[in-house]
Design a protein around this ligand. Structure first.
Ligand SMILES: [Cu+2]
Length: 261
């Protein structure tokens, strides 16, 4: 009887802490999907041993020749998600996008996405500091269309403990298809600045792709490990499921300053 009880208890622990119950190194992946009609996508893999993370990101279709700020976004253990609609034409996208290009195409800025994917937990720089302080360290991010990122970094303990609640976001995309990351005008002929820095065009920081990090268990994706956010302190997750029907204008517009890159 005691043995059965012990097994049952262990099972409960495993259910409650699916990632922590696995031995190091633990493997994670992220399907980083197109945003803002960028035509770009990537696959991220993370091998985590303690707080040491081997991170590789391989992409295609990103703008070639401009720094792509890349971050792990979200509050460790929080309810963050990639925006439920990330491209023009998808249900609910118009409610997320705060800007409209001269040709009428809606686009969403970094801050438009922040209520979903949260602030910067880690900056995926090519060298030196990886904290939120380096969120816009444009001289230390990949500039190729395929990203070709590979680096071993130390994660904060809370990030390592909650990696499955975070997201990979890649920034910078040619929103108006003019062949450059540069000024973009709205329907009134006004230049649209980055939501983070008025001196930068929105194209320099707008999300180009986003993907949720999920734990890979032996034999496949461990969906119980946080592949989908659960709970809803902010209502964002529940809201995101029904964004098209509910409209989240109030939530989406609730922005805060700080490191929401
Ligand atoms: Cu970011």
């Amino acid at each position: 009887m005691r043995r059965i009880t012990t097994i049952a208890a262990a099972g409960l622990v495993a259910l409650a802490l699916p990632t922590a119950a696995l031995a190091d190194p633990r493997e994670f992946t992220a399907d980083v999907r197109e945003a803002n009609g960028s035509g770009a996508n990537a696959t991220a893999t993370i091998s985590l041993d303690g707080t040491t993370a081997e991170i590789s990101i391989s992409g295609q279709g990103f703008f070639d020749g401009f720094p792509h700020a890349m971050h792990l976004h979200g509050e460790p253990g929080g309810d963050n998600v990639c925006p439920p609609a990330m491209n023009p034409g998808e249900d609910g996208f118009d409610e997320i996008a705060s800007q409209t290009l001269v040709d009428g195409t809606p686009v969403f800025s970094v801050l438009d996405g922040a209520p979903f994917y949260g602030g910067v937990a880690v900056s995926l720089t090519t060298e030196d500091d990886t904290s939120g302080d380096s969120a816009l360290a444009v001289d230390r991010f990949p500039t190729s269309g395929t990203l070709d990122y590979s680096r071993t970094i130390e994660l904060p303990q809370d990030v390592a403990d909650n990696l499955s609640s975070l997201h990979v976001v890649v920034h910078a995309t040619d929103l108006n298809g003019d062949g450059q990351i540069g000024p973009v005008e709205d329907g009134d002929g006004e230049a649209i600045p980055s939501s983070l820095n008025e001196d930068l065009p929105i194209e320099a920081t707008a999300p180009a792709a986003c993907g949720q990090i999920v734990a890979v268990a032996a034999g496949g994706i461990d969906t119980g490990a946080g592949g989908i956010a659960t709970g809803s302190n902010t209502g964002l997750f529940v809201g995101s499921l029904a964004l098209g029907a509910l409209g989240l204008a109030g939530v989406v517009r609730r922005r805060s300053a700080g490191d929401l890159v």
